[in-house]
Design a protein around this ligand. Structure first.
Ligand SMILES: Nc1ncnc2c1ncn2[C@@H]1O[C@H](COP(=O)(O)OP(=O)(O)O)[C@@H](O)[C@H]1O
Ligand SMILES: N[C@@H](CCC(=O)OP(=O)(O)O)C(=O)O
Length: 375
């Protein structure tokens, strides 16, 4: 089949944007969305949509006004809402002559590299078939501890998976503000963020509505992974006039997070490490280790560890933070947390001189090939 598209855009749409205040599917919004997608497709963009809203829609259909807090109720609501959503998407896009498909993913799928690559191949083939895939988390079977929970991470993951050219997050705010606008009425929109540092992260708050789940925190985490992946991200209001068409045209709306120009190459496998699985704990490192990872692209050794948080096992993904709690890297660990704790406070020589602890001195805790640095 002849390639119909030259670029790929992933559009993430939040629950508040795509549902009415009562939680039902906003069919007028979907009709407008389909028209915009048809417009950018005609300009060569393949579009993949990551849409939230199944839970809100299911609760509305079940007549449940207050969002439950227990997982089975939310999962049951998603099971009711997802087919309603899929049907509404299909109808809206069919009016533009566009076929849609449903792709439901869980962390379990994306944490496993083989399943992750299969998801990529399927999405690519759907694009070849000129279908607009509608992606969501498979909430009905997701297990709490390993849920994406928010679709911002899932959107970034899909964009990285496809090596997208652009990711757009349609939210219920105009973009990223220098403080949470829900609690700071004088907060100002920031049109462009070159680097997501600790100060920027500190300005991000939780979701402002009862429907949204991630707020700005998860959007910024997604933005960091996208930046290292070389994929620009725009966060803008889903209620703006034709936001997808505007962003595709290069209009300055919302907040742009441009792609980072890193000195080191980031492989697809590293992007999978950044986003595929949830972290099982954290490793807090000293300044020397932080510099070695960022400036020299070194592996992380146990001697650089100040403390560990949570319990993790060999092969798990962990967050890597500095002493102030600033998360700057992620990677697969080669030791269990109990083993790492044995190394804390000991010099490399002490470890090397101890028959039982020697491995902690010589083997990397996180090998550079298993490490993704967000700086
Ligand atoms: N610094 C910030 N800038 C903008 N919005 C913020 C910020 N901090 C927290 N928020 C909140 O994040 C919300 C958007 O995230 P969320 O509720 O998850 O919506 P969505 O469903 O669009 O993903 C905003 O409505 C706002 O209340
Ligand atoms: N997977 C969930 C979406 C999770 C969620 O609420 O995300 P968001 O509205 O983007 O903050 C659903 O479809 O209801």
């Amino acid at each position: 089949m002849e390639a119909a598209f030259s670029k790929v855009m992933v559009v993430k749409i939040g629950s508040s944007t795509v549902t009415r205040p009562d939680g039902s599917v906003d069919c007028d919004y979907l009709a407008n969305l389909a028209r915009q997608v048809a417009c950018v497709r005609a300009q060569g963009w393949a579009v993949v949509i990551v849409s939230s809203g199944a839970i809100a829609c299911g609760l509305s259909r079940l007549g449940i006004e207050r969002r439950p807090t227990d997982l089975p109720s939310l999962q049951a609501a998603a099971s009711v809402g997802q087919p309603l959503f899929s049907a509404a998407y299909d109808e809206a896009f069919a009016a533009e002559g566009i076929a849609t498909s449903l792709v439901l993913l869980t962390r379990r799928d994306t944490a496993d590299r083989t399943s992750y690559l299969h998801a990529r191949d399927t999405l690519r083939r759907l694009i070849d078939f000129q279908v607009v895939p509608i992606v969501n988390e498979n909430d009905t079977v997701s297990v709490e501890q390993i849920k994406f929970g928010d679709n911002d991470t899932l959107g970034a993951l899909v964009a990285c998976l496809l090596g997208a050219d652009l990711c757009v997050v349609l939210s219920d705010v105009e973009g990223f503000y220098d403080a949470n606008p829900a609690t700071h009425p004088d907060a100002r929109l920031v049109p462009r963020i070159e680097r997501i540092d600790a100060e920027v992260l500190a300005a991000a708050g939780d979701a402002g509505s009862s429907k949204g789940t991630g707020g700005m925190v998860t959007k910024l985490r997604a933005a960091r992974a996208l930046a290292v992946a070389g994929i620009p991200l725009v966060i803008c209001s889903g209620a703006a006039a034709d936001p997808i068409v505007s962003v595709a045209r290069g209009d300055r709306i919302g907040t742009l997070f441009p792609a980072a120009h890193l000195p080191h190459e980031i492989t697809p496998r590293k992007l999978w490490i950044a986003l595929g699985d949830s972290s099982k704990g954290s490793v807090v490192v000293d300044e020397g280790a932080k510099r070695a990872l960022i400036e020299r692209g070194s592996s992380l050794l146990c001697v650089g560890v100040a403390c560990v948080e949570g319990r993790f096992s060999h092969g798990d993904v962990v967050d890597i933070k500095d002493r102030s709690g600033y998360l700057f890297a992620r990677g697969h660990v080669a030791f269990d947390s109990d083993e790492v704790e044995l190394a804390i406070g000991r010099t490399r020589e002490e470890l090397a001189g101890n028959r039982l602890l020697k491995a902690l001195a010589v083997k990397e805790l996180v090998h550079r090939d298993e490490l993704v640095v967000f700086e």
